[in-house]
Design a protein around this ligand. Structure first.
Ligand code: SF4
Length: 154
């Protein structure tokens, strides 16, 4: 069983009320091989919502050191951490070993995130949910790591 970012399967949970549809992820879900989560919704944030970025990313930072603000300057770290912890609880209950998460998101990003200036600049890094899952020894990959090939996943 995989854990997948809900927006990758067409759920309109993205900050702007849209989704990030990915065919392979949706096939995994449709064939009963995945559960879907949206950590930002699970953390209590509304949809649509104001986009957010991690402003002090460092690989060494623990979850309590990471600060996430939305474009209006509000600190939303508490909601992001709560959502990440809810996702971890779900993953543990279902003994999930692998997650496929949406690249670039301050929650779900696996290989890169945005730099905290809302300028569209990418930096190497992980979103808070991806980081917490990885620290719990759950393998995390992004939809981009699937390489367009479903073989080996279904
Ligand atoms: Fe998708 Fe994750 Fe953002 Fe939710 S938090 S919309 S699942 S990228």
């Amino acid at each position: 069983m995989y854990l997948i970012s809900a927006c990758l399967c067409g759920v309109n949970c993205k900050y702007n009320g849209a989704n990030n549809y990915n065919e392979i992820c949706d096939k995994l879900f449709s064939s009963g091989k995945a559960i879907l989560v949206c950590p930002e919704q699970l953390g209590g944030l509304p949809t649509p919502r104001i986009p957010s970025e991690i402003i002090n990313y460092s690989k060494e930072n623990s979850q309590k050191d990471i600060t996430i603000i939305n474009k209006n300057g509000d600190n939303v770290s508490k909601e992001f951490i709560k959502g990440a912890q809810e996702v971890l609880n779900i993953a543990k209950k279902l003994n999930i070993k692998k997650a496929i998460l949406k690249e670039g998101s301050p929650s779900c990003g696996v290989n890169y995130i945005y730099d905290g200036n809302f300028s569209g600049t990418k930096i190497p890094g992980m979103g808070i949910t991806a980081k917490i899952l990885k620290e719990a020894s759950i393998e995390v990959i992004s939809e981009k790591d699937l390489g367009g090939n479903i073989n080996g996943y279904i």
